[in-house]
Design a protein around this ligand. Structure first.
Ligand code: MN
Length: 433
């Protein structure tokens, strides 16, 4: 089985007849991400983003413009059936859409099926049956571990087993839905007894989301060399975290109410096929690190299992927006700082026979660079709140205040190819009830 191939759909010379698509920062014709949208006054339906427009795939299928197998999976209000199809079905759909959107001869057929993205509402792209969050950002794990356990930042299992926990699928929302500050129980070390109230140390986490494609049967693991067939695509994920709740509750079973109140995703699924030109080798492990167990090791996964993705976080406060100030860049990092590949986390998840299903979502865990400029959470940037960040408005931030808006963004770049982006993963914090 070969890795996703670079083909004619990635050709940097391709030009789309859709106005504004060429040179679009996120969605040029080389991207073609899948999503679910409602046009003004309409019902949710499956579409793809092209520049500042959305193409209605259900309508295109009804007009007989799409390959029969993929077209038959483009009805309904979520993408689970198309995600669950073999990767070859999505590859064929991608090649067809690339032809339709580049050859001006198809413009008369398709023009009426395009909607201005600004007039559309974007929804969760799939019914998310299960959500699991991992912890593969080794620099994040070290930074956070130092705050909780100064002498012992990385626990002894970290380099042997991809650490994760089962998260909460019901509270995942697409970009734009406000996040309500959670109430919860906390007890700082200097307090005699716990209290219940609004979280005082609300944070964001910069993560990638992994959309599961074809599932596996209960009791049937996914071999590492086949893991990529089960990965339909990626999105951005902000795993909002209440650090004061987390510090009190996390032992012995891990995160619970500190993490389950809301998670925000970018609503477009950037497909594994679109990301083919941006695959890169996983960074070699330092010679002193243990060799992973054989079920997690595949030469192909090591050679192609990482991604050349730049990741950014921006913040605005209410005062900054009122003064018309530009968003403050909080960090700029890269996805290659993952200690485990997404193939390894998929394989590890299923290794005991756990069944993954189409539309399940895996979070990578917070991705931080080794240097401060690429730290993926406020907890790291402010050293647990001890070094507040100055904002251009004259305010400072240790953790998020009501009215703050956080935007995650990602761009895939490789020499000789057109960069593609993920679109924003954005939400504003509103007060606790
Ligand atoms: Mn997380």
């Amino acid at each position: 089985m070969s890795w996703w191939q670079v083909d004619e759909t990635h050709d940097p010379a391709l030009s789309s007849w859709v106005p504004g698509a060429d040179g679009h920062a996120d969605f040029p014709v080389q991207n073609l991400p899948l999503g679910v949208f409602s046009p003004a006054g309409g019902r949710p339906r499956i579409g793809i983003a092209i520049g500042g427009h959305v193409l209605d795939l259900a309508a295109a299928a009804a007009c007989g413009l799409l390959p029969a197998e993929a077209g038959g999976l483009c009805g309904g209000a979520r993408l689970n059936r198309l995600l669950g199809a073999p990767t070859e079905v999505r590859q064929e759909l991608r090649r067809c859409l690339s032809r339709l959107l580049t050859d001006p001869a198809h413009r008369p057929q398709l023009e009426n099926l395009l909607h201005q993205a600004a007039d559309c509402t974007l929804h969760l792209p799939a019914w998310i049956g299960d959500y699991t969050d991992f912890y593969v950002g080794i620099h994040h794990a070290g930074n956070v571990g130092r705050q909780f356990r100064p002498d012992n930042p990385l626990l002894p299992n970290y380099k042997h087993v991809p650490i994760g926990y089962h998260g909460r699928a019901s509270s995942i929302r697409p970009s734009g839905v406000p996040v309500v500050r959670p109430n919860g129980q906390r007890k700082a070390p200097d307090m005699d007894a716990p209290v219940f109230g609004p979280a005082a140390r609300l944070d964001y986490e910069l993560e990638l989301g992994v959309w599961i494609g074809e599932g596996n049967e209960l009791g049937t693991p996914i071999p590492i060399e086949e893991a990529r067939r089960h990965i339909a695509g990626l999105c951005l994920l902000n795993d909002w975290s209440a650090r004061d709740l987390q510090a009190w509750e996390y032992q012995p079973l891990g995160p619970f109410a500190a993490k389950n109140f809301h998670s925000t995703i970018s609503p477009w699924i950037v497909t594994a096929e679109a990301l083919a030109p941006f695959r890169m080798a996983q960074a070699p492990r330092p010679a002193t690190d243990p060799q992973p167990l054989p079920y997690l090791w595949d030469e192909g996964d090591q050679a192609h299992g990482a991604l050349a993705l730049e990741l950014e976080v921006h913040l605005t406060s209410e005062a900054m927006r009122a003064a018309g100030m530009a968003p403050l860049a909080l960090s700029h990092g890269e996805a290659r700082h993952m200690y485990w590949t997404i193939g390894q986390i998929v394989t590890h998840h299923a290794a005991g026979g756990c069944n993954l299903r189409p539309g399940d979502l895996l979070g990578t865990g917070t991705i931080s660079a080794p240097e401060r400029a690429g730290f993926g959470s406020l907890m790291e940037l402010t050293e647990g709140g001890r070094q507040p960040l100055p904002l251009p408005s004259g305010e400072t931030r240790s953790f998020l205040e009501d009215g703050d808006e956080v935007t995650l963004s990602a761009t895939a770049r490789a020499d000789g190819f057109v960069p593609i982006g993920f679109g924003p993963c954005r939400a504003r914090v509103v007060p606790a009830p």
